[in-house]
Design a binder for this molecule. Structure first.
Ligand code: GLN
Length: 312
């Protein structure tokens, strides 16, 4: 619950101001050339509450590349599609390793640690493709985001997708490794094609916070009443975001922010406040684990002011 006498608008503005000086710190992701061109001084925050009202500051209406935040919504789609069978193919443990690590895949015989590291996300994307096509899987993600966010203006940035594919040796290695262990059912390049495009989804803080709101309310959007996922899946997705959403930085994020969250190397972070709100921050400078540096500071400041944490 919001602390007594907290003015949420003032808290959002204060969180923005507390982190603004850290813009430009950290490193903009450069292994995807199209992302390296983004202005490191960009910084936005959006908080969407039960009423659907958005409280925003900074560059909250500028679309950015959501990157790995897409993994959360693809996980929802995969669970809807193949239910608990997903857990035969992907684990639910934090990896303690980098997002694109390959080492555990060999030791653990092609079963990725969790659905939010790249290896796990590739298996999830394969499950979403199912017997269909990669185009259909990407369309399903866009439909999900547009419906959950009550906003039809969500698109794939094809330039970012192409850029990532051209620089995609690492993800190709992961995908071929998964395939060698029989953990991809579709042609490897089809899975990669869908994966690169899901990561290249472009959304603003306002849109992404709105699209995540159902995760704060047991899978049902409190405004539209649409329920893209069941309460138990919503709860479980939040638990995975908390334990695995920031790779080898997940413990530190839980310690500092104390909310389920998912980072993307575009500099976005989606954070869920169960029963209260959905928050998205965006600032392209990243820490070593690929989490937005100013973004995490802003969330820390917001939680400090609002008392929003799952650990209170
Ligand atoms: N598309 C990026 C990749 O696969 C996503 C990584 C991320 O956002 N952490 O490398």
């Amino acid at each position: 619950m919001l602390k007594r006498d907290v003015d949420l608008k003032a808290a959002v503005e204060a969180a923005w101001a507390a982190a603004a000086a850290h813009r430009g710190e950290g490193k903009v992701a450069s292994y995807i050339p199209a992302l390296a061109r983004v202005d490191p001084m960009k910084f936005g925050i959006a908080v969407v509450t039960r009423s659907g009202e958005a409280i925003v500051a900074g560059d909250a209406d500028e679309a950015f590349s959501i990157q790995s935040i897409s993994k959360v919504f693809m996980l929802a789609l995969a669970l809807n599609r193949i239910q608990a069978m997903l857990w035969e193919r992907v684990g639910r443990e934090p990896s303690g390793s980098a997002f694109n690590s390959i080492v555990q895949l060999e030791v653990e015989k092609g079963k990725p640690r969790n659905p939010l590291i790249n290896a796990g996300a590739l298996a999830v994307t394969d499950a979403v493709i199912g017997d269909g096509s990669p185009d259909e899987a990407v369309a399903a993600l866009l439909d999900y985001l547009r419906s959950a966010g009550d906003d039809g203006a969500v698109l794939t940035d094809d330039e970012v997708a192409t850029s990532e594919s051209e620089a995609g040796a690492r993800n190709r290695s992961l995908a071929y490794f998964l395939s060698a262990f029989g953990n991809l059912r579709n042609p490897v390049e089809d899975v990669l094609s869908a994966y690169f495009r899901q990561c290249a989804t472009a959304m603003s803080c306002r849109q992404l916070a709105r699209a995540g709101l159902h995760l704060a309310f047991d899978g049902r959007d409190p405004v539209t009443e649409r329920a893209p996922i069941t309460p138990s899946r919503s709860r479980r997705i939040n638990s995975l975001m908390l334990t695995c959403g920031h790779y080898d930085n997940s413990g530190d994020f839980a310690f500092r922010v104390g909310l389920p969250g998912k980072s993307g190397v575009g500099g976005g972070i989606l954070a869920i406040v169960p029963g209260e709100a959905s928050v998205c921050v965006w600032s392209p400078g990243l820490n070593a684990a690929g989490t937005s540096l100013a973004g995490a500071i802003a969330l820390e400041a917001l939680v400090e002011r609002t008392g929003w944490t799952v650990f209170a």
